[in-house]
Design a protein around this ligand. Structure first.
Ligand SMILES: O=C(O)CCC(=O)C(=O)O
Ligand SMILES: [Fe+2]
Length: 358
């Protein structure tokens, strides 16, 4: 997957190297450590840092729980004072939906019944204003608000459990040695961002990736069928299978973006030639905070189109859009559905699952 990352604008590329990347799940990194500001760490500094801090820092050698709210305090303490972490003036992008953040309980693990009701009513109002699903370009469909609250809860729970075990979340490195600004785990097969290949075991620690749960596969199947219905509605005469071929996912890459994380523009093209030639789609599920997602025909972020992916959205790109460049420029703080964040005890940030067939 993530190929052509070097074609990013230098500003966006620099923004991938925020010091918080080290602090998020690594208790051994103390407050104030790391480079100041948005500077890419010096190569010496990069060499010194352990390759997979989240795995090595934990005394049990297992990954830390990157999804849980309980680790939020140490994360907040470690936030460096950069623009990225300041809320700044209220803009359409950082505005809390419904302007309700002050009414939400400070500790979401203990919301009152009244709080839950207020939050649920607000979310119902919000849902009625929500945008409709759409075809973004040939072969690329966005299903808005597609995954139910109950299914989002299940996905979070499964990812949390799997993320804590062998083959769970870690912060991978690029070929260059720089760390990615997200936590990742793979299901089915491991994708190695350094070698840009899929493998049975991840070479970083020898772990065998857990399998993809059947429930996840069912959700993917239903989403592709739904995308076909949408295509059929717009283009009555076409065979939707030609636009978005059906697929049987055997790979799922799970990313967790903390609020300052991001992912540069890239193409997903490490799947087999056969799969790519057929245009078998990538099916991407977003949960938690919303994100600015860019997509376009080349790696130039200035020319790309932006769409906001919200919790429960499913984005599908296959066929003519299988090689679309795409990336996440930012996570929009405090935009996760409040009821979901509270019920799941979800840490601020965004969970993303991309399903592919090798
Ligand atoms: O987080 C996203 O929406 C995109 C993730 C992605 O592009 C990838 O995992 O290859
Ligand atoms: Fe991708």
């Amino acid at each position: 997957m993530f190929s052509s990352l070097h074609s990013l604008s230098s500003e966006f590329w620099r923004s991938r190297y925020v010091p918080d990347a080290f602090a998020m799940v690594d208790p051994s990194v103390k407050k104030g450590q790391g480079s100041a500001g948005n500077e890419r760490p010096s190569s010496a500094k990069r060499r010194q840092s352990p390759k997979i801090p989240s795995l090595q820092s934990d005394s049990s050698s297992l990954p830390a729980d990157v999804l849980s709210f309980s680790v939020r305090v140490s994360e907040e303490e470690n936030l460096p004072n950069t623009q990225n972490h300041q809320k700044g003036p209220e803009t359409p992008e950082n505005k809390t939906p419904g302007g309700c953040s002050s009414e939400v309980p400070v500790n979401p693990s203990t919301p009152s019944r009244l709080d839950i009701c207020k939050v649920k009513n607000r979310e119902i109002r919000k849902a009625s204003l929500q945008k409709a699903s759409e075809i973004l370009r040939p072969g690329m469909v966005l299903l808005k608000n597609y995954i139910s609250h109950a299914d989002q809860m299940k996905i979070i729970k499964v990812c949390r459990d799997l993320g804590l075990g062998a083959g769970g979340f870690y912060r991978p490195c690029f070929e260059s040695g720089g760390k990615m600004n997200l936590q990742m785990m793979c299901l089915g097969m491991n994708w190695d961002p350094e070698k840009k290949v899929y493998e049975k075991r991840r070479s970083v620690d020898g772990a065998v990736p857990p399998g993809i749960p059947d429930e996840f596969k069912q959700i993917v199947k239903r989403a592709v069928t739904e995308s076909h219905a949408l295509v059929k509605e717009k283009h009555r005469k076409c065979n939707p299978e030609d636009r978005i071929p059906s697929m049987q996912p055997d790979i799922c890459i799970v990313n967790f973006y903390a609020r300052t994380d991001n992912l540069g523009l890239h193409q997903d093209k490490d799947e087999s030639k056969e799969s790519l030639d057929k245009g078998l789609p990538v099916v991407s599920i977003s949960i938690g905070d919303s994100a600015n997602f860019l997509y376009g025909d080349d790696g130039d972020a200035g020319k790309a189109t932006k769409v906001v992916l919200e919790s429960g959205d499913v984005l599908i790109f296959g066929g003519k859009s299988r090689h679309v460049f795409h990336g996440i420029t930012s996570i929009l703080p405090d935009t996760a559905p409040k009821a979901l964040a509270a019920e799941a005890n979800l840490r601020p940030g965004r969970l993303n699952l991309t399903f592919r067939e090798y």
